[in-house]
Design a protein around this ligand. Structure first.
Ligand code: 4AD
Length: 435
């Protein structure tokens, strides 16, 4: 295949020139001795209108071209022209069309327009071809690009901890157990504990890795495997962390507004607002009072579930920080607040219409406090399983803080997607591990 292929994303510089493109038929219409093909090549959601005139075609295959179906792969040689009527403002007048591989009539039946979620998920490898679904994957890629851009600009290094682990990070019930040769191991719920070890080597670190949750939650914001963007920072206190995370969110959203307006427009999200600093902050205690007034009564110490969490953030209409959760509600690694030992220096970032996107906090550095809380967990955690984590609190411990962001939830919020399954390539759900 030719290496000088032009991509649809970079047509501008080739106007009035002869170019070669390769891609897939997205739409095809035949009108007598004319065939119109909208070509999709994956470099952008935009399709390129291609006009094939029988009498202008140097290749002798007009009839075969006219019989192509959506999904067929083709290579086109032709002249690029401006055409205000074409959706993308350009048109290619084909001189040659090579059929690389055909498709078939069945293609459009694979995912009919009225297909239900199950068919769409089974045929996701087909569904992702095409302007709109591919744009979600592109936005995901951009969010990762801008995230890495931010972390690197602040001096953090990327590390890759293992995701097969010996001990839990978050909570027992949500752990996937695996047979690891002659012993049991688990799929990680979070890379946080390993990231904490890495700050002693690299100071500020982040990772982008899958986390696994064996939750039987069939909600529109739960996956069993998701992409977890996590960071951990040495010598950073709680307020420093909040400041960093506000800057991070603002950076990613600002870059999207600058660079990806067209992707936002496809999802009617041009009005996406970049929040300003400081984000509204609500303590757990204040949240319970506010929710009570709104008719959601929650006992102190109970989790604030999805519906009340969303009701709360709706009052603000912008992302908020829900903070200072009781120590009984948060894992053992959250630092106890110095003024109120019942609560932790923990902060969840709650986004309107969706809920929690970031879980974060300052880390406990007091070994005794940590051991006491591990013993009180149900079932109790065995410090021997975490000997290396305990060592961090024995040898040169420092104040540090970190966070975890669910990439799919962030993308879901940015594009206003109904369900989190749309924000990943192949979602892993309670009842689905294929394709
Ligand atoms: O709040 P979580 O459980 O926090 C942790 O795992 C921390 N150890 C992270 C850290 O500080 N390094 O999870 C963090 C985020 C949530 O805010 C949410 O966005 C996402 O991970 N998340 C899920 N996303 C999709 N499906 C699920 N089942 C998720 N569970 C958590």
């Amino acid at each position: 295949m030719k290496s000088n292929l032009v991509k649809i994303s970079e047509l501008g510089k080739h106007l009035d020139k002869d170019i070669t493109l390769a891609g897939w038929v997205w739409q095809i219409r035949k009108q007598g001795k004319l065939v119109f093909i909208d070509l999709f090549d994956g470099s952008t959601y935009k399709t390129l209108q291609t006009t094939v005139k029988k009498n202008k075609l140097e290749s002798n295959n007009f009839d075969a071209i006219a019989k192509l179906y959506r999904g067929a792969s083709i290579q086109i040689f032709g002249t690029l022209k401006e055409d205000q009527r074409a959706p993308y403002g350009y048109e290619v007048l084909a001189k040659k069309v090579d059929i690389i591989h055909p498709s078939s009539e069945e293609y459009d039946q694979l995912v009919p327009p009225d297909a239900g979620p199950d068919v769409k998920l089974s045929k996701r490898h087909i569904l992702i071809r095409g302007p709109k679904t591919s744009s979600i994957l592109r936005m995901r890629s951009r969010v990762l690009q801008y995230s890495r851009e931010f972390f690197f600009s602040r001096g953090a290094e990327e590390v890759s901890p293992p995701t097969i682990v010996e001990a839990q990070a978050e909570g027992g019930a949500e752990l996937f157990e695996i047979q690891y040769f002659d012993r049991k191991a688990y799929l990680t719920q979070s890379s946080q504990l390993y990231l904490e070890t890495a700050i002693f080597a690299l100071r500020d670190v982040f990772c982008v890795l899958p986390s696994y949750r064996a939750e039987k939650s069939r909600t529109r914001r739960h996956l069993t495997e998701y992409t977890h963007v996590e960071g951990e920072y040495a010598f950073m206190d709680y307020e420093g962390l909040i400041d960093y995370l506000e800057d991070y969110i603002i950076h990613v959203l600002t870059r999207i507004k600058e660079n990806d307006k067209d992707l936002l427009a496809l999802f009617d999200r041009e009005d996406l607002q970049v929040p300003s600093k400081p984000f509204p902050r609500v303590t757990y205690d204040e949240a319970l009072k506010m929710l009570d007034e709104m008719g959601h009564h929650i006992e102190y110490g109970e989790d604030i579930s999805d519906a009340p969490e969303r009701a709360l953030v709706e009052k603000f209409g912008v992302p908020i920080i829900l903070e200072k959760f009781p120590k009984t509600l948060k894992p053992f690694y959250h630092k106890i607040n110095e003024e109120n030992p019942e609560v932790t220096n923990s902060a969840d970032f709650i986004f309107p219409g969706l809920g929690e996107v970031i879980g974060s906090g300052e880390r406990e550095t007091d070994l005794d406090s940590m051991l006491e809380r591990m013993a009180k967990m149900d079932p109790p955690l065995n410090p021997n399983d975490y000997y290396w984590y305990m060592d961090l609190r024995k040898y040169g411990s420092v104040p540090h803080s970190g966070f975890g962001l669910g990439l799919e939830r962030f993308v879901q919020w940015i594009l206003g997607l109904d369900h989190i399954r749309e924000a990943c390539l192949y979602p892993r759900l309670v009842n689905r591990v294929s394709p």
